[in-house]
Design a protein around this ligand. Sequence first.
Ligand SMILES: Nc1ncnc2c1ncn2[C@@H]1O[C@H](COP(=O)(O)OP(=O)(O)O)[C@@H](O)[C@H]1O
Ligand SMILES: [Mg+2]
Length: 307
Amino acid sequence: MKVAVLKGGRSLERNVSLRSGARVEDALERLGHEVHGIDVGHDLVARLRELRADAAFVALHGRDGEDGTVQELLEIVGVPYTGSRVGACMRCADKVLAKHAFRASGIPTPDFFAFSEAAFKELGATEALPAIEERLGFPLVVKPSDQGSALGIKFAGAATDVPAALVAAFSYSDRVILERHVTGNDLAVSILDGEALPIVEAVPRDEDFYDFEARYEIGRTAFVCPAEIGDELTRQAQELALRAHETLGCEGFSRVDLLLDAQTRELTVLEVNAIPGLTETSLLPQAADAAGISFDALVERVLALAS
Ligand SMILES: Nc1ncnc2c1ncn2[C@@H]1O[C@H](COP(=O)(O)OP(=O)(O)O)[C@@H](O)[C@H]1O
Ligand SMILES: [Mg+2]
């Protein structure tokens, strides 16, 4: 097949995408496809029209690439593409929409409130902070609604930390989530073709939590796969992840991030990533490997599901 690999782009996760893209290109070449890497920019539509590829492998992360923007262009140009359709990408990219959808479907997600910058600037949302803090407790988590890779996420240990955390989050997004903090384990359940793969547990070494640097530097985070949480919790986490994937309407593949409360052993869903990372340290490839699916086989299966 003639395959366009879409990578790079303008998002803050550009470098991660370039690494995912390069790895996907190598795999596709080994599989015998004709591969054309496209660093996504102003000439995207022109290049797609000129290339007339049989399919596009979307190896983009973050804004534009993962939020439905590029997918809409692919629909218009008429090139079959990997992963979720436009609507599902939009729902995954917006954590507020996703969390409301989880709530409506009975999928547990940490309690939260979300505000736009206008609510603070024009509608006196600051006055509501003490009530929110009382309900969520401390520490609480402040995060932008539409970023990835832990960018802009802060843990506020006390009321005095909240304003600065809000300012930081608003620098990434015009909507911010205040969320209950869950002390426990970080679990990632990757979904491939309607099935949950073995769970990856991320254990940060010297960070407060699983943050941006820790994520992409080999050795900074220890991964355990399959996660050692027992059969029953494994089954529950995989079932919840599959429900989250389906609730948001995802297709092909995705990665669902969950937390396991250390005390109550309760599972909650944080988010669904419509285009999971495919770098050397990424979680979906690790999960596939644990299931006996090589990176090349993973790429081939994702491509075969393109439509
Ligand atoms: N409510 C929370 N309680 C505890 N840790 C959290 C919470 N929300 C996020 N985190 C930590 O931050 C990481 C990134 O959060 P997530 O919501 O998945 O956003 P991102 O899109 O940046 O991956 C999580 O994997 C977890 O380690
Ligand atoms: Mg996440």
